[in-house]
Design a protein around this ligand. Structure first.
Ligand SMILES: C[S@@+](CC[C@H](N)C(=O)[O-])C[C@H]1O[C@@H](n2cnc3c(N)ncnc32)[C@H](O)[C@@H]1O
Length: 188
């Protein structure tokens, strides 16, 4: 099945989990990843990879000794990624983003350099999104970045309240057009 059709099917079956009708564009991928210093990044987390638009790009730019931990809750997307991406640097996790800390520790790490998130925060219950943002903040190193796209400004306040600095960008070249938040942790 073509990726766009497969994505749409998951959207209809799991609207609140998937939160989008098609995979992100290469323009959005560029805006999401352009603030990552791939030369220095040793541990990166991706939340909600879907069909892997950002995952493949991150692996393309990542150093050979870096690790990417990817959290995907949806069964179909998880199975698809497991079959399609074979890379020793990838740790694919079939569980919710809430449990970052547990899997990070199991992989032998305490902190991460970057978190790239496509989670549909706007449709998440308040407790779930607050937990995920809090654990993300705790997990980041000093000067680490949490990079999140959304189709609205709905989560701006939540991100600004938790992070020490938040920069906002926008791309019309995506369906739907998207806002990209780059959130910085300035304290260790
Ligand atoms: C808007 S889609 C983005 C997919 C892809 N990154 C893209 O940009 O095309 C959101 C993704 O988050 C996943 N997801 C939703 N809730 C999650 C959770 N609690 N933990 C991990 N992944 C989750 C969905 O299954 C879906 O793959």
């Amino acid at each position: 099945m073509a990726k766009k059709t497969a994505f749409l099917k998951q959207f209809w079956q799991e609207k609140k989990m998937v939160g989008a009708m098609s995979p992100s564009s290469k323009y959005l991928a560029y805006k999401m990843l352009r603030n990552i210093d791939f030369k220095k990044a040793k541990v990166i987390i991706e939340l909600g990879p879907g069909t892997g638009v950002f995952t493949k790009k991150i692996l393309e730019f990542m150093q050979p000794d870096a690790k990417l931990l990817v959290f995907e809750l949806n069964d179909t997307f998880y199975e698809h990624l497991k079959e399609e991406i074979i890379d020793d640097r990838l740790i694919l996790i079939h569980d919710s983003a809430e449990f970052i800390q547990k899997y990070l520790n199991e992989a032998g790490f305490i902190h991460v350099d970057y978190i790239v998130s496509s989670l549909p925060l706007a449709v998440f219950p308040n407790k779930l999104k607050t937990n995920i943002i809090n654990v993300s903040y705790e997990t980041l190193k000093n000067q680490g970045k949490y990079i999140q796209f959304q189709y609205s400004l709905n989560s701006k306040r939540l991100l600004e309240d938790r992070f020490d600095a938040v920069h906002l960008a926008f791309t019309p070249l995506n369906f739907p057009p998207a806002f990209v938040y780059t959130c910085i942790k300035e304290k260790a």
